[in-house]
Design a binder for this molecule. Structure first.
Ligand SMILES: Nc1nc2c(ncn2[C@@H]2O[C@H](COP(=O)(O)OP(=O)(O)OP(=O)(O)O)[C@@H](O)[C@H]2O)c(=O)[nH]1
Length: 308
C-alpha cells in the first residue's frame, strides 16, 4: 500500500466532472454507498486531479460515505508533503503506501471509536483506488518542483522566484504584513573563477547557497536568479529585521572556509535590502533592491545597503 498528498494540479473543470456524473461534493453530501460502487466511483473521480492535496481531500470525503472517520493524516517525506484533515482522534489505522517499491507516503485514518475488522478491510480496499491517482499526483508534483529548482545550488530558480514573489507580495498586501527582499551578489567572483577554475567557482556557489539556507528559517525562499546572484524573500519582515538578517548572512559568508588548491578563498557578498511600500509593484520592489545592491557594490562591497 502507499500514501501521498498535495500540490500543483491539472484539474478537470466543473463541467467535465458533471459529465462524469460527479456533482460538487456539497451537493452530493455523504450519501451512503456500497463498497463496490464506491470503489468504482473513486477510481474515476480520483483521476480528475493531479493535485495530491486535492486528491487526498476528495478521498477523505468520499470514504466517509462508507466508513465513518474523524480525521485523516498523510505525509510523504520525499516531496515534503504533509496533510491533516478533520479533527484528531484516539484510534488510528496507519498504512504505508508503496507501489513496486516506490514509497508513496503514510496515511493514517483516525476515529474516536475503534475500527472494526470489517471497516479496516473496507478502508484497505478503498486505498487501492487511491494508489495510482496519488502516484501520478506525486510524480507531477516532483516534476513541477524540479522545474522550479536550480540544480547546482538546490535553491529556487528564476521561474520559482517570479511566481513566489508575486504570491508573497499579494499576500503581504492583503494581510497588511511587511515583506522585505535581500538581493545579493558575490564580490569579485570572476576572480575566483579566473584564479581557481570554474568548478571551484561552482563549489563556492554551492557553499554560499548552503550557508544562506542554513541561516534562514524558510529555505524555500532563497532563489538563484542569476549566475552569482541570489534573492532572499523575507515574508512578515520589516526593514530593520531584514537589515539584521542581511548582516548575519554577510558575516556568515565572510567566515566561510572554502578551500581550493590548498588555499582558503576570500569570499564576501554585497546585499541590497528593500521593503515593500504600500501599493508598490513587484517590479518596483525588485528595482529598488537591485539599486541598493548596486550602491553596496559601489561603496566598497561586503556590506548591506538599504533601499531608499
Ligand atoms: N563557476 C561559475 N561561475 C559563474 C556562474 N555563473 C556566472 N559565473 C561567473 O560569475 C562572474 C561574474 O562576474 P562579474 O559580473 O564581473 O562580477 P564579479 O567579478 O563578481 O564582480 P562584482 O560583482 O562587481 O563584485 C563571471 O566570471 C561569470 O562567468 C556559474 O554558474 N558558475
Amino acid at each position: 500500500m502507499v500514501t501521498t498528498s498535495q500540490n500543483n494540479t491539472i484539474d478537470f473543470d466543473a463541467a467535465k466532472l458533471q459529465r462524469l456524473g460527479f456533482a460538487s461534493t456539497n451537493a452530493r453530501s455523504l450519501r451512503p454507498i456500497g463498497l463496490a460502487q464506491l470503489r468504482q466511483q473513486l477510481g474515476l473521480q480520483l483521476q480528475t486531479s493531479l493535485d495530491a492535496e486535492r486528491t487526498l481531500k476528495l478521498f477523505f470525503t468520499e470514504v466517509q460515505r462508507l466508513v465513518a472517520l474523524d480525521a485523516m493524516g498523510y505525509q510523504h517525506g520525499t516531496s515534503d508533503l504533509r496533510l491533516e484533515l478533520g479533527e484528531r482522534a484516539t484510534h488510528s489505522a496507519t498504512y504505508r503506501l508503496t507501489h513496486e517499491g516506490e514509497q508513496l507516503g503514510e496515511l493514517v485514518f483516525r476515529r474516536r471509536i475503534r475500527f472494526s475488522d470489517e471497516e479496516l478491510g473496507q478502508l484497505e480496499s478503498l486505498l487501492a483506488a487511491l494508489i495510482f491517482p496519488l502516484r501520478n499526483a506525486l510524480l507531477y508534483r516532483a516534476a513541477i518542483q524540479s522545474a522550479m529548482r536550480d540544480p547546482l545550488t538546490d535553491t529556487g530558480n528564476r521561474v520559482a522566484m517570479d511566481q513566489i514573489l508575486k504570491r508573497e507580495v499579494d499576500l503581504a498586501r492583503r494581510n497588511l504584513q511587511p515583506l522585505s527582499l535581500l538581493m545579493l551578489d558575490l564580490d569579485h567572483f570572476k576572480q575566483v573563477n579566473d584564479t581557481y577554475g570554474h568548478s571551484a567557482g561552482d563549489e563556492v556557489l554551492k557553499a554560499v547557497a548552503s550557508t544562506l539556507k542554513q541561516l534562514l528559517r524558510n529555505v524555500d525562499m532563497v532563489f538563484r536568479y542569476g549566475g552569482e546572484e541570489f534573492l532572499v524573500l523575507l515574508s512578515g519582515t520589516a526593514a530593520e529585521s531584514a537589515n539584521m538578517v542581511g548582516e548575519r548572512l554577510r558575516q556568515a559568508v565572510e567566515e566561510l572556509q572554502c578551500v581550493a588548491q590548498g588555499k582558503t578563498i576570500d569570499l564576501s557578498i554585497s546585499l541590497g535590502c528593500a521593503t515593500l511600500l504600500p501599493s508598490e509593484s513587484v517590479e518596483s520592489l525588485l528595482r529598488r533592491a537591485d539599486e541598493a545592491l548596486y550602491a553596496a557594490k559601489r561603496s566598497g562591497r561586503n556590506r548591506v545597503t538599504m533601499a531608499g
